[in-house]
Design a protein around this ligand. Structure first.
Ligand SMILES: [Zn+2]
Length: 367
């Protein structure tokens, strides 16, 4: 194992959509825009910003058009949005989207409950999106949910995942994101599924999408990397997880993935300091601590480095008897839901952290 690891991986950030659609607290549009702009500044190559589903289904994302129109688009960053049908595509195109994504499930029951269609009907309905999108020069990605297990049916046949993959590629999607929606996959299973899927789809047409419900997401990702996959979906902070479904957890955290990849010598182009700043920004808005392990460790390191720098400054000031440095930040709270004050600038930061969001901070916070 690990003899075929890629030199570079593309992180597809899904926090603003997959993450926020599952958060109990609805973010004001301004805060979403500031969050996405902070993500854009981190070097992320692809960000799924919202969903053009009917607001009746996901009221959290009812402001899709405004968000899409008002974010600052950085050259080289792919911005994408979910579209369920022709009406959604029309809104997405109107808002200037250059990439959209369709979605379905590998299990009939989940698909029926989520989309109210059979899988065959869903594939047929994709024709209303894929053709017109391509005609407008817009790329189409596809999400396949419940690849590794269904909350209603349990096991999902590998055959149905393979069949769907082949079908979606034939219909013109450029990339298929294989989702472990309920976070049940294990590394051996991932190897079994991806080995079969790779018989009908080149590795560069596939993305991995793991939720970290049971803590296996990073292990699962390494298996896919070793099989040649180079695109990973993740959400900053590990955002997501349905607040109404006990035990549900969010996407694997972007910081955890990026930290692991960088440690393995795999490039992502992402600046951890700026990524952490974006995570702190959104943590302050969703009103709870984010599950990302790397974020906690990173903020802890920052605080320790800041304390050390303060002690050294104080020692220097005392020695020279010119005590001008009075910055004695004693914030020891490593809770990531603390408000994103200016990131402490420390020697551990590879580059300057971005300045805090210009939008007003929400003061109310859940405990
Ligand atoms: Zn997901």
């Amino acid at each position: 194992m690990f003899d075929r690891l890629p030199a570079r991986v593309t992180i597809y950030e899904v926090g603003p959509r997959d993450g926020l659609q599952n958060e109990a607290r609805h973010l004001p549009t301004e805060d979403k825009i500031a969050f996405i702009d902070a993500l854009s500044a981190s070097g992320l190559p692809a960000i799924e910003i919202t969903s053009f589903v009917h607001p009746k289904w996901i009221p959290q994302l009812a402001d899709a058009g405004e968000v899409a129109a008002r974010i600052q688009r950085r050259p080289g960053v792919v911005y994408s949005a979910l579209v369920p049908n022709a009406a959604g595509l029309e809104r997405a195109l109107g808002a200037g989207m250059r990439e959209v994504a369709v979605f379905l499930s590998a299990s009939e029951t989940h698909n029926k409950k989520n989309i109210n269609k059979t899988i065959a009907e869903t594939l047929l309905a994709f024709e209303d999106v894929i053709g017109p999108a391509q005609a407008a020069g817009v790329r189409v990605r596809a999400y396949v949910s419940t690849v590794y297990g269904c909350p209603f049916e349990g096991d999902v046949a590998i055959d149905s995942v393979v069949r769907l993959t082949r079908e979606l590629l034939a219909r013109g999607v450029y990339q298929i994101s294989l989702g472990d929606t309920i976070g049940v996959a294990n590394p051996l299973q991932v190897r079994r599924v991806l080995t079969e899927v790779l018989k009908v789809a080149p590795a560069d047409t596939l993305a991995m999408h793991f939720h970290d419900t049971r803590g296996t997401a990073l292990a699962n990702l390494t298996v896919g990397l070793d099989l040649g996959l180079t695109v990973i979906d993740s959400a900053v902070g590990g955002l997501g997880g349905c607040p109404y479904a006990p035990g549900a957890a969010g996407n694997v955290s972007t910081e955890d993935v990026v930290n692991m990849l960088h440690g393995m010598g795999i490039e992502t182009g992402i600046d951890m300091a700026r990524l952490a700043a974006a995570a702190r920004l959104v943590a302050g808005h969703v009103g709870h601590e984010l599950p990302s392990k790397m974020l906690k460790a990173y903020l802890g390191d920052q605080i320790r480095a800041e304390r050390k720098a303060t002690r050294e400054r104080e020692a220097t000031s005392t020695n020279t008897n010119t005590n001008t440095s009075t910055n004695t930040n004693t914030n020891t709270n490593t809770n990531t839901s603390t408000s994103p004050s200016t990131s402490p600038s420390t020697s551990t930061s590879p580059s300057p952290s971005p300045s805090p969001s210009p939008s007003p901070e929400r003061k109310e916070r859940a405990s």
